[in-house]
Design a protein around this ligand. Structure first.
Ligand code: NCD
Length: 297
């Protein structure tokens, strides 16, 4: 695997191979990547993804270079992303990049001599998050085929639900997309599901939409993607998942979220066994260990 830039680039066989490998990496410490260097380039805020890549590399004996502040880089002097890619690939064996522009990881990869992982490109994709989400579904539910997957929140800008939905389109699942009119699921994704013959429905009615969910994937309304604060303020509290709603509408669901959580999941939901969002984190490290070894060995 040269790069991991989008979910569609992986075949179902490649996906399953990574998930199997991830399973064997849960709790693992080794020296598999001793002498290898990961460059973590994060031009957009991150807690989980960056530290998860960092942990994954270190649990395999590798080392990590990190850039988190664009203001401390030559980009501020006018260096292009293309030139940065050429430079970084002289230092590192693999690069994980997060950047606010959709398509930026692709451009970076075109100019890099080493494999590139898209760690989130604006409202584009987040393919390692999608894999860890898929891994979590498989572990928690014991299967993927046959599940009713409900995705809620900001489906227009969420790169996480976008990447996960592409992976899930390799399976026999049914989707319900619950979003306000302004934040509906991307048309390209819906077209892809049509082509694959995957059943889906769309609604803006939260209470109805989450009914009978077996996987409830909640995304936050992303303030940073809106042109005006007023538009964000209007939508920020539009859906709030409470403990009572989970118990009443989807008691057999696992509740997932890429996190961070802002307003969309009440704190009290944490008490329910359904809440899987903190269990996703450890799965993420194992999945990233699988990806890094696949790329570097
Ligand atoms: C997400 C992201 O950055 O896309 N977080 C993550 O990587 N776990 C989701 C978000 O920011 O809402």
């Amino acid at each position: 695997m040269k790069n991991l830039l989008s979910s569609e680039s992986l075949s179902k066989e490649a996906i399953e191979e990574i998930l199997q490998k991830a399973d064997s990496f849960l709790g693992y410490r080794g020296e598999d990547l001793k002498g290898k260097i990961l460059a973590n380039l994060f031009y957009e805020p991150s807690t989980r993804t960056r530290l998860s890549f960092d942990t994954a590399m270190k649990r395999l004996g590798g080392e990590v270079l990190t850039v988190t502040d664009v203001h401390s880089t030559s980009i501020m002097k006018g260096e292009t992303l293309d030139d940065t890619a050429k430079v970084i690939s002289q230092f590192a064996d693999v690069v994980a990049i997060r950047h606010p522009e959709s398509g930026s990881a692709q451009r970076f990869a075109e100019n890099s001599d080493v494999p590139v992982i898209n760690a989130g490109d604006g409202a584009g994709q987040h393919p390692t998050q999608g894999l860890l989400d898929l891994f979590t579904i498989q572990k928690e539910k014991g299967k993927v085929d046959g599940l009713k997957i409900v995705m809620t929140g900001d489906l227009k800008y969420s790169r996480c639900s976008n990447s996960l939905a592409y992976y899930l389109s390799n399976y026999d699942v049914e989707f319900v997309f619950v979003a306000p009119e302004q934040l509906k699921m991307k048309p390209e994704l819906l077209k892809h599901l049509d082509e694959k013959g995957i059943k889906y429905s769309e609604t803006d009615d939260f209470k109805k939409g989450i009914e009978g969910a077996e996987v409830l994937y909640c995304t936050r309304i992303q303030q940073e993607r809106f042109a005006s604060t007023a538009e964000y303020e209007e939508l920020k509290d539009v859906y709030i998942l409470t403990k009572a709603l989970v118990e009443k509408k989807c008691p057999d669901s696992i509740v997932m979220a890429p996190l961070p959580r802002v307003h969309e999941i009440s704190k009290e939901v944490d008490e329910l066994p359904n809440a899987a969002y903190f269990r996703q984190i450890e799965n993420g490290v194992a999945v990233r260990m699988a990806i890094l070894t696949k790329m570097l060995s």
